[in-house]
Design a protein around this ligand. Structure first.
Ligand code: SIN
Length: 499
């Protein structure tokens, strides 16, 4: 598609433009009342991004004997103390209130016979702290309630099927909207504040738990406009995605709550291997478990999640999403161990933001996985991601309700031609990242990846939007090369582990 064949359409200005209609974007929009908010979703209404796929739940210190300070301590330990402690304190202190807010919005969390919240356990949590909805369908239930609440709010207009591909800026560099592709036309969506809630870039990898749209597009357009990014090298791999023969792209997740409920990892001979790897065995930090699984897989051994004894007949009721995915693949997890592979799952890094979710560009904000608040450090604690999107999205909405930037100025012409990366290059990039920028890295592999990415980049027109995605991939590789230590999710075989 050439620039000349576009229809260019200017849409009505809004006070706040939120790009991304997952939990972080919708939480921002809901809390920003009475501001006029437009939410651009990339997919169909209610079906955007990774939020609906989240199985694990929401971590919150609501149980007897638990406290936000303990939740904070576990978050810092999982993040290898590379987190921002102020952001961690804020996150963990407002978690119980986030749960209350969601219930007021109509989220139905799982409760016991006496009406108390049912709490689950996941890796690296010191106690039972995870709130779930409909078993392993927490993300879908939260999205159902937020989508319905947004549809009832007069201040919110959700516009589906829009792929933002460039930021609109004034001559003095202020962000005053975004350029999006509607499928037929390039549209300018002007606004006084622009919020990126577009998720992370885990879908750039060959194996991922994320939908294809989570390819870092939002972070890429911020990077292209000169926004500061941080912690890109910290990519979290989930240890237990369902290994489907020959499959690439999004794989079904086998939630960590299964291991929290007692499921174990076994090799082809039926032996458990995690007790020899870490004192917490299957509930060791996620990066430790993922590397142990990857090491066995790479040496040619099949690895399985065995939930027969721990869950067995209760599968359909307690883990309906996992049960359905396994049965669809011809595996009955009540009676059979389930083959697994690690898969890229979550990006701790993103657009660098301050405590008010402000990026380094005037008028641009970021929340959820697209943002780097510093809350996760080198490795995210399980079930802190929905929480982060909700807590920081809600706080940003409240902030914008009272402190909106001044009137938007005139946008310069669109700086990009809408031209997504072709499928062959995208598949080759996924393979290169998986092989050379995956669970374990080294300088030679990263240098090879950088060369391949630069070669693809050189074939593109300088204003093609696809170039931004390759520039994000190049920035990811550069961040991995620059961090010459092994810490948390960033593991290099050619340098020592951090003390
Ligand atoms: C899971 O259910 O295992 C994933 C939870 C998370 O990533 O926080």
């Amino acid at each position: 598609m050439s620039a000349q064949s576009y229809v260019m359409a200017r849409q009505p200005a809004s006070e706040v433009l939120v790009i991304g209609a997952g939990v972080a974007g919708l939480a921002t929009a809901l809390a920003a009342a009475p501001r006029a908010v437009r939410v651009l979703g990339a997919g169909a209404p209610g079906g955007d991004g990774a939020s609906i796929w989240a199985q694990g739940g929401i971590a919150a210190a609501v149980g007897t004997g638990d406290a936000p300070a303990q939740h904070a301590a576990d978050t810092l330990a999982a993040g290898q103390w590379r987190n921002d402690p102020v952001a961690v304190r804020h996150l963990t202190e407002c978690a119980p209130d986030v749960i209350d807010w969601l219930e007021r919005l109509g989220v139905r969390f799982d409760r016991d016979g006496d009406g108390a919240l049912l709490l689950g356990r996941e890796a690296a949590h010191g106690c039972m702290r995870i709130v779930h909805a409909r078993g392993d369908a927490t993300g879908a239930e939260v999205m159902r309630a937020l989508t319905r609440a947004a549809a009832r709010c007069a201040h919110i207009a959700v516009v589906p099927q829009r792929r933002a591909f460039a930021l609109a800026r004034t001559a003095d560099g202020r962000v005053v909207g975004a350029w999006a592709w509607s499928g037929q036309a390039v549209e300018l969506w002007p606004a006084r504040a622009v919020v990126l809630a577009t998720g992370g870039y885990a879908a750039l990898y060959r194996h991922t738990t994320n939908p294809a749209g989570n390819d870092g597009g939002g972070i890429a357009l911020a990077l292209a406009a000169g926004a500061a990014v941080a912690d890109l090298e910290f990519v979290q791999f989930h240890p237990t995605a369902l290994a489907l023969p020959g499959a690439s792209g999004q794989l079904p997740l086998l939630t960590e709550a299964l291991r929290g409920a007692g499921a174990v990892l076994i090799d082809g001979s039926g032996q458990r291997f995690m007790p020899a790897e870490h004192p917490l065995a299957e509930l060791a930090p996620r990066d430790v478990v993922a590397r142990a699984v990857a090491a066995r897989t790479l040496s040619g051994h099949a690895v399985f999640l065995d939930a027969r004894a721990a869950v067995g007949a209760a599968f359909p009721e307690h883990f309906p999403t996992v049960f359905a995915a396994c049965m669809q693949a011809g595996i009955d997890p009540r009676t059979q161990p389930v083959p697994i592979t690690p898969a890229a799952h979550y990006c701790m890094g993103g657009v660098r933001v301050d405590a008010d979710a402000r990026s380094s560009l005037d008028g641009l904000y970021a929340v959820g996985e697209a943002a780097c608040t510093g809350v996760h450090g080198a490795n995210r604690l399980a079930s802190n991601s929905l929480l982060e999107g909700l807590a920081f999205g809600r706080a940003l909405g409240q902030h914008l309700a009272t402190a909106l930037p001044g009137a938007a100025g005139a946008a310069l012409p669109c700086p990009r031609t809408y031209a997504p990366l072709d499928a062959a290059t995208r598949a080759a990039l996924a393979d290169v990242l998986w092989t050379h920028a995956g669970l374990v890295r080294d300088e030679a592999g990263l240098a090879h990846a950088a060369t391949r990415i630069a070669a693809w980049r050189a074939t593109l027109a300088p204003d093609a939007s696809a170039a931004d995605l390759l520039d994000l991939a190049a920035a990811l590789i550069a961040a991995m090369r620059a961090r010459r230590e092994s810490v948390g999710a960033h593991w290099r075989r050619d340098v020592r582990a951090a003390a």
